[in-house]
Design a protein around this ligand. Structure first.
Ligand code: NAP
Length: 675
């Protein structure tokens, strides 16, 4: 008996059987690009194969140079390249797993001047204009896909995935948005889908019948000029006929202005679309996007929305996700919170991807938490992300750890973040840490501010100070006025706020607070409200599945202010910042930059603008919420040093200026690995 009978059921593909319904979706880690990193990539996949995943898909490999994502990015077009992959495929097979190589032709998303596409139309997210392919050029791309598929088989892969979604090359042929051709590769829906079908045929011809071919189909383009539902249906049928084994799902082009994977997207928001397609096809279909826990996955499969679940980031966060589901330990899962901070934000900055919550991801051979040979007695002060990651890392290695936290509960800044609409997932991280503290036997002293004297006298071999930060209160005349609150008062303690609100400081927290104040409920918990906010509709009703957005009116009028002249939200995440900026715009948040704060009184907040701040203005607001950054809480560290102790100071206590959970968890984990 299992809680997840659908999720854990094997899937017989005729010539091979997948051990369960979990597919690890393709993620580019950056380790694909250089042959010398393939052993690191091998261990990354082997660890996940040991974790029980049914079928894994590599990051994208281009079938030729023109299709590569950027100069010298991963490709598979020669025998020499294929030979180097055995280290990876062998490691996966020895660990009991199965792996498919993704063939990704970027088309007009290629970040180099040699890019090609159906038509010469520049993508809004890429400065390079593609060249429109000739008939001969198209034939060559198809042949290159076929050859790469054959090479993948030679390299020991169990299959390939042909990337037909997300606005990449094949998708560019499928949609009238990007395919303006009048020859037999465009003009009509049949013409536009011809290349996709011929690529699948070529791949099947090159690999034989007993090889997994996944075709990733774009079911919801989420762009104007995307495909109609009829076109998608016809494509799916022809892809099946051409020899695909599985259909995987892609949602939204990279240039779409609808968020598809960030935290604020409701869980399993797009599985309705695979449910809509499933009755029309005879091969298994994989559903995708924002499925991160076994219960959610089980519900999706039990409803019949799909045959398999694809997860990418959740398996970065926890390689043992499947094992934990199999052994009824879902409460031990390190749940992906869809923050993108260390995975996609890294990829788009050409840095190696990892996971904010699991810094070992894609660093398996370099960051190990091995059992200690010399168990020590260690105090950790502060149960925010830095202290928690250090505590469980150390205790997991066999050290005797005592954790002191002044508050009655753990979480630190995450306890605040989980109250922001669209950030509820942060609560899962707190649950994960809570469970790991129990499992690793950390002795917890909650509601216990630790003093330097008790720590110094406590007989600890090491003391780790992770006391975090205190919110900064800027020295504005009138800052003590009763209309002034800190973000902690508002978000954590629920202090009442008037109709008109000024938010001082527009960093990550100022933006979060503005979203908190402009949402009555949480769209991420209400699929219909979320779809209305972002203009998402059934692709049967509108080409591409996009319509006019109809956000709920905001319950407060918010002014979001900063002193800098730069655009608000500039420092937010590369792949998430635009979502926050669009959400603020939709809620009519007034964004003011280059502001000087003159004073606060009964009339409101007095500010001025301009080079010499010659333009005074009164913002007649009822409440002023201060989100002006933080200062390190270092008092304890300094007292300990004065007493002759040598504490390790990590997280916000070490550096508040870049207060950042990614750095905090990384620091905590690395310190735990080193002691
Ligand atoms: P922050 O990013 O440092 O922003 C502080 C804001 O306060 C800035 O807009 C700054 O702008 C303003 N400020 C600084 N000193 C001020 C002063 N003396 N008087 C008035 N205004 C002042 O800090 P945060 O917003 O508190 O966020 C902290 C960290 O949490 C972030 O760095 C981020 O890592 C993390 N976080 C991230 C997210 C996310 O979405 N990824 C969300 C929340 C938090 P001016 O100096 O121009 O006025």
């Amino acid at each position: 008996m299992t809680t997840y009978p659908n999720l854990l059921a094997p899937l017989d593909l005729g010539f091979t059987t997948l051990r369960n319904r979990v597919l690890m979706g393709s993620m580019h880690t950056g380790l694909e690009d250089r042959a010398r990193d393939l052993d690191k990539l091998a261990e990354y996949f082997a660890e996940r194969a040991r974790g029980g995943i049914g079928l894994m898909v590599t990051g994208g490999f281009a079938p030729n140079k023109t299709g590569s994502l950027y100069p010298l990015a991963s490709k598979l077009s020669t025998r020499g390249e294929a030979g180097k992959h055995h280290v990876l495929t062998d490691a996966v097979h020895e660990s009991g797993g199965k792996i498919a190589l993704q063939l990704l032709h970027a088309g007009r998303y290629s970040y180099h001047p040699l890019s090609v596409s159906a038509s010469s139309i520049k993508a809004p997210i890429n400065p390079f204009r593609p060249r429109a392919l000739s008939e001969r050029g198209i034939r060559k791309q198809i042949a290159d896909f076929g050859r790469a598929a054959g090479l993948a088989r030679e390299a020991g892969y169990d299959g390939i995935e042909i990337m037909g979604s997300e606005g990449y090359f094949i998708n560019q042929f499928l949609a009238p948005r990007t395919n303006k051709r009048t020859d037999s590769w465009g003009g009509t829906p049949e013409g536009r889908r011809r290349i996709a079908v011929e690529i699948v045929r070529a791949a099947r011809a090159a690999t034989g019948p007993d090889f997994i071919i996944i075709y990733r189909i774009s079911l919801w383009d989420l762009v104007d000029g995307g495909q109609t539902w009829d076109e998608v249906l016809a494509l799916a049928g022809e892809i099946e006929q051409a020899g695909a084994t599985l259909l995987n799902t892609g949602i939204g082009w990279h240039e779409a202005r609808v968020p598809t994977i960030v935290t604020s997207v409701p869980r399993a928001a797009f599985t309705g679309i695979t449910a809509k397609l499933r009755p029309h096809i005879g091969i298994p279909i994989v559903t995708s996007n924002r499925i991160n826990m076994p219960q959610t996955a089980e519900e999706v499969l039990a409803r019949g929305d799909a045959d398999l679940i694809s997860m990418a980031r959740p398996l970065l966060a926890d390689p043992d996700w499947v094992r934990k589901a199999e052994t009824e330990r879902a409460d031990e899962i390190n749940t992906c919170i869809a923050c993108n901070q260390a995975c996609l934000d890294h990829t788009f900055s050409l840095k190696r991807a990892t996971c904010m919550l699991n810094p070992r991801a894609a660093h398996e051979t370099e960051l190990r938490l091995l059992p200690t040979r010399r168990a020590r007695h260690i105090a950790v002060v502060g149960a925010g992300p830095a202290g928690l990651s250090a505590a469980i890392g150390l205790a997991g290695r066999g050290h005797a750890v005592e954790l002191f936290e002044a508050e009655e509960s753990i979480g630190g800044q995450f306890a605040i973040a989980q109250r922001i609409p669209g950030k509820e997932e942060f609560g899962e991280t707190i649950r994960y840490y809570r469970r790991q503290l129990e499992l690793t036997g950390v002795k917890q002293h909650l509601g216990t501010p630790a003093s330097a004297e008790t720590l110094a006298a406590g007989g600890f071999d090491e003391i780790i100070v992770a006391t975090g930060v205190t919110p900064r209160m800027p020295a504005i005349p009138g800052i003590g006025h009763p209309s002034v609150l800190s973000y902690v008062d508002v978000v954590k303690h629920g202090k009442p706020v008037g109709d008109r609100v000024a938010v001082i400081g527009a960093g990550g927290i100022g933006v979060d607070v503005s979203e908190f104040l402009t949402h009555a409920g949480s769209p991420s918990l209400d699929l219909r409200a979320w779809q209305a906010e972002w203009g998402v509709t059934d692709p049967e009703l509108a080409r591409g599945g996009v319509t006019e957005a109809r956000p709920e009116p905001a319950p407060h009028q918010v002014y979001l202010l900063q002193r800098k002249e730069t655009r608000i939200g500039k420092g937010l995440g590369k792949t998430t910042g635009w979502v926050h900026r669009a959400a603020l715009k939709a809620k009519h948040v007034q964004q003011l930059t280059d502001v000087r704060y003159d004073k606060i009184d009964d009339a409101g907040l007095h500010i001025s603008f301009g080079d010499k701040h010659e333009r005074p203005q009164l913002l007649a607001v009822d409440t002023i919420v201060v989100c002006a950054g933080q200062e390190s809480a270092r008092g304890l560290a300094e007292e300990l040093t004065a007493l002759g102790a040598d504490p390790h100071v990590i997280g916000g206590a070490e550096l508040a200026a870049e207060l950042d959970a990614k750095r905090a968890i990384d620091q905590g984990t690395r310190l735990a690995a080193s002691l």
